[in-house]
Design a protein around this ligand. Structure first.
Ligand code: CA
Length: 352
């Protein structure tokens, strides 16, 4: 006679969910809609948003009105499955130079690749492409392409294994890596492997990068296979295990191996996406903490760290808006979230 018990349990879960929704410390509103797979949100100096859309567009979105304006001069982009226009970062001198970095998919089915380039954005038009990393492997899936500037001013970019898992452990291949470049495209003299852009290896598809404000450490989220999405603390020259070792598992004698700090979850995936360290004052309880979003499960997570360990994890959103691809923090401490459902929105999260 499990049926009555099941109904009672479902009813109690529904009540608990409604009560939790009322206790959420934030409101969620739509800033802009009519978007298609927005992938990366960068905050412009005036607080407006620059957003890449995977099919091959950039949009400037007015932070007050949500009005969109497409950017001209985009390069040809290979938009298929999970490939397209992806990671975006503004140069620290963007306000003066208009320089930005974009990682996007190139070629087509017979010669798929990915490319990291710098452009100049002036008067809503991209120009002056400077190719920094070309010939990155590409596929329909696992194209990496998250781009982030470190506090020291280095350019970091991630690359997935592009469905060639063995490449991740091959130091001469470009798949399954996190790269560190000077912003002019040269190899930094203190990179771990001579004359190589590779900063860390053994990655499957790391699509979140963020630097912890307190110490400048690089953290990354990475898609696991059908289990064990990862949160990693990225060390110079580190091996992150793929395809030999997974999640937080111990892994015998693999040299330089760094198991994940945390995995989500041990016997399933949430399809983990981008992360930030929260810096603002609008949500005092989150200051210095990790916030990240997920695709398949449509979640917003909040993690409190104790040193390099996760001390507390809570789920703030749980599929209320479908898949979530990107998260960014506005200058006033509110959050922007990008949905990834095909008919998409930029959501704004503000204190209640
Ligand atoms: Ca790993």
């Amino acid at each position: 006679m499990r049926h009555p018990l099941g109904l009672a349990a479902l009813f109690m879960i529904a009540l608990a969910t409604a009560a939790q929704a009322q206790q959420l410390p934030f409101k969620v509103a739509t800033l802009a809609d009519g978007l298609e797979h927005p992938w990366s949100i960068a905050l412009l100096p005036d607080g407006d948003l620059l957003v890449s859309e995977r099919p091959g567009r950039l949009q400037i979105i007015d932070a007050a009105s949500g009005r969109k304006q497409a950017v001209g001069g985009m390069p040809d982009v290979r938009a298929e499955s999970e490939a397209g226009a992806m990671g975006l970062a503004l140069d620290p001198d963007f306000a003066g130079s208009g320089r930005l970095y974009l990682c996007y998919s190139t070629g087509w089915t017979l010669s798929p690749g990915n490319r990291l380039s710098a452009f100049t954005l002036k008067d809503n038009i991209l120009s002056g492409e400077q190719v920094l990393l070309d010939g990155l492997p590409g596929a329909r899936w696992h194209n990496g392409c998250r781009v982030e500037i470190s506090p020291e001013g280095f350019l970091f970019a991630s690359m997935g294994d592009a469905t060639d898992a063995q490449a991740a452990q091959d130091g001469t291949a470009l798949g399954g890596k996190i790269f560190r470049l000077n912003r002019d495209g040269s190899v930094p003299a203190d990179n771990p492997f001579a004359t190589s852009f590779v900063w860390s290896y053994g990655h499957r598809n790391p699509q979140g990068l963020a630097f912890r404000p307190s110490d400048g450490a690089l953290w990354s989220t990475e898609h696991g296979p059908d289990t064990q999405d990862e949160l990693n603390l990225i060390e110079k020259g580190g091996n992150y295990g793929w395809p030999l070792c997974h999640g937080t598992d111990a892994c015998g004698a693999l040299a330089n191996y760094h198991p994940a700090v945390a995995e989500f979850e041990h016997d399933s995936t949430i399809a983990i996406s981008d992360l930030i360290f929260y810096r603002g004052d609008a949500f005092p309880d989150w200051k210095g903490d990790i916030l990240f979003v997920s695709l398949k499960t449509g979640r917003l997570y909040h993690l409190k760290l104790d040193g390099n360990r996760v001390a507390k994890a809570e789920i703030l959103l749980d599929d209320e808006f479908g898949r979530l691809r990107d998260i960014a923090e506005s200058p006033d401490g509110s959050l922007y979230l990008a949905t990834d459902n095909g008919e998409d929105r930029i959501l704004r999260v503000t204190p209640r």
